[in-house]
Design a protein around this ligand. Structure first.
Ligand SMILES: [Zn+2]
Length: 367
């Protein structure tokens, strides 16, 4: 078998990434032209370029990465579908089309994908890099200005995904920074090692950083120990939004975490309580978050918990779906997650994120 050329080998290595670098994904044919574009970026000090010649692989990379810009030649199979998917699921990501096709039919298709910019091939590598950096920098700056910092708190692995998984997916789609704090490893519900692995898988799917505590399952208190752990997370993460258990719940740990969160997050401007399968009929939501576009991600996240889905009816996809459908009717949405507002100081919830500038195109250029 032939060894890859040193150039390609170097370009394909995934290096640890400093947080402040722009991130760009190029999806194009693996030919000399795209290699020259990649080579142009190899010495770039402000951005890192990943590459894929396959749209299925690229879709996974977009889901798992945190790209500022995705540049696509839609001549690749699935290219247009991927562009549409990016704009519906990852609205903060800018999309740039690279094409040799100047036909009106192509233009109509590209516009339907709500692309941010277009460059006609053959563009010079320098021109591509200039436009790509311009766009990536614009979305990165805009995202930082608008970004919310979201902390979702649960007593056990899977609580957060069940209670607010759709809302978290919606935050993720608008480019917000997500953190999950799970206070126990859920020993009462199964093998802790398996549940920990499942929790990490679900958090990765939602693009969230996860911290798991070691409080004793079923014996949590609402006192200093629990408050201290949550306070520490609040101090470190400085969240703008906190989601936690509601008090109307038959599970003692859920009630303890609710009470501890209210103390620990007393300085957080927006605090909401979510519903659990063990919530009582006393739970009375006064905010409904439209998760119609995010139910698939929520069900996928819950499905990460195989040790629980096998034994709990409440985690079956049709129960999750019909619960969201039930709550959706209260707000005129197809599917919703219900929340009880503890505090909503800035009035800036993820519920209105569709109207933010994050979803609006930046510019359309033609080279
Ligand atoms: Zn729980």
């Amino acid at each position: 078998m032939a060894n890859p050329t040193p150039e390609k080998a170097r370009l394909s290595v995934v290096q640890p990434r400093p947080e402040n670098l722009l991130r760009i994904l190029l999806i194009d044919k693996d030919d000399e032209d795209s290699l020259s574009l990649r080579r142009e970026f190899a010495t770039c000090q402000t951005a890192l370029l990943d590459f894929s010649a396959d749209t299925d692989t690229a879709a996974q990379m977009v889901a798992n990465g945190r790209y500022d810009l995705v540049a696509v030649d839609p001549v690749l199979p699935g290219g247009f579908a991927l562009l549409k998917q990016i704009k519906s699921s990852y609205r903060w990501v800018a999309t740039l089309v690279l094409t040799a096709d100047q036909s009106p039919q192509f233009m109509r298709q590209a516009v339907k994908c709500r692309i941010d910019a277009l460059l006609f091939k053959p563009e010079t590598p320098a021109e591509f890099m200039e436009q790509a950096l311009l766009l990536a920098n614009a979305v990165s700056t805009r995202r930082q200005k608008q970004q919310k910092r979201v902390l979702a708190i649960g007593a056990h692995p899977d609580d957060v995904e069940i209670g607010c998984g759709g809302t978290l997916a919606k935050h993720q789609a608008t480019g917000d920074a997500l953190y999950i704090l799970t206070l126990s490893r859920g020993a009462a519900g199964g093998d802790v090692n398996q549940r920990t692995v499942e929790a990490h898988r679900a958090a990765a799917l939602l693009g969230a950083k996860l911290e798991i505590g070691s409080l004793p399952d079923t014996q949590m208190s609402s006192g200093p120990e629990t408050i201290g752990i949550i306070e520490n997370a609040v101090r470190q993460l400085q969240p703008t939004h906190v989601y936690t258990h509601c008090i109307e719940d038959t599970h003692q740990d859920h009630r303890a975490v609710h009470a501890a969160t209210l103390v620990a997050a007393r300085g957080v401007p927006n605090v909401y309580c979510y519903q659990a399968p063990s919530s009582t009929v006393e739970f009375r939501p006064n905010l409904f978050i439209d998760i119609t576009d995010f139910i698939k991600k929520k069900i996928e996240a819950i499905d990460s918990y195989k040790s629980q889905t096998a034994r709990m009816e409440a985690l079956e996809p049709d129960v999750i779906l019909s619960t969201a459908r039930y709550w959706g009717r209260f707000a005129g949405y197809v599917l919703a997650e219900p929340m009880r507002i503890v505090r909503q100081r800035d009035g800036n919830t993820v519920a209105d994120s569709d109207d933010t500038a994050a979803s609006k195109p930046i510019s359309v250029v033609a080279g």
